[in-house]
Design a protein around this ligand. Sequence first.
Ligand code: PMV
Length: 295
Amino acid sequence: MKSEAFEGTGHGKLILTGEHSVVYGYPAIALGISAKTTVRLEPISGISRINVSERDERFCTVVETLCPTGFEVSIRSELPLGRGMGSSAAVAVGLARALAKARAIEASAEALFDTAMRAEQIFHSNPSGLDAQVSLQGGVLRFVRGQPPKIEALRSPNWDLIVMDSGCAGDTSVMVDGVAAQRPRIDPLLEQIGQLTERAQRHLHDPTKLGALLNENHKLLCDIGVSNKQLNQMTTTALEAGALGAKLSGAGGGGVVIALTTNADPVLQRIRETHPSAFVCSIWSKEKEPCKSRQ
Ligand code: PMV
């Protein structure tokens, strides 16, 4: 007879403003999205094994560290890898939740965050914790790294985000290390991104001003060297299609561009002429499941 399996889910995220500078203690604004990852733990005897189609060394280390024995681990994910949509944090949170269930622990949000961060530290050497926090609770959040992190839930937006996938994966560790290697020369740029996030929070419900801030944020991300020709071209396409602002979202080097609009249907239609897979993101929040469904 097969023993009971335990499942946990973690949601993806998009960063509105503040990626990279959040690593250095500046605020970032991010939102949870409905796309998610489910981690399944099936009890077995002996050393844990991983049941995935492609072997990922970092994930093997996560399993060896967090649950070295006792489980067959499998993953079902709706999140593409390396696209800035928080796929690794979603795995980390899914695993933390599944382990709590398997060990019959009523884990607090802090305990789940701590477990997820142990996994995130293996996936990326110096994670801010933003992805894991948004994956856990969703909604629209202001996040400041710290011990403990400062988190503020923000009001739901009066605009939509269109997501355009470059189809290319970026490696978060490589991008974060690349930014670190340019310090202290780029510190003023990181500070500017932090200040821009403060303004973005003040103008969160003014789509025209917020759109302009997204454009400014993208330019600063170009200046710290995490954008590329393809991502820049995608932001231009979004603006020409009528978006109020557009930027890369996540670590960069690949991944997605987000485009802000209050008029999603015609803008999406125009963007789809060149990027047929573009979609309007569905914001997910643990408080109100599901918050919105437009995907
Ligand atoms: O691309 P992602 O989903 O791994 O986002 C990383 C966000 C960074 O600010 C670049 C790193 C971090 O740990 O916050």
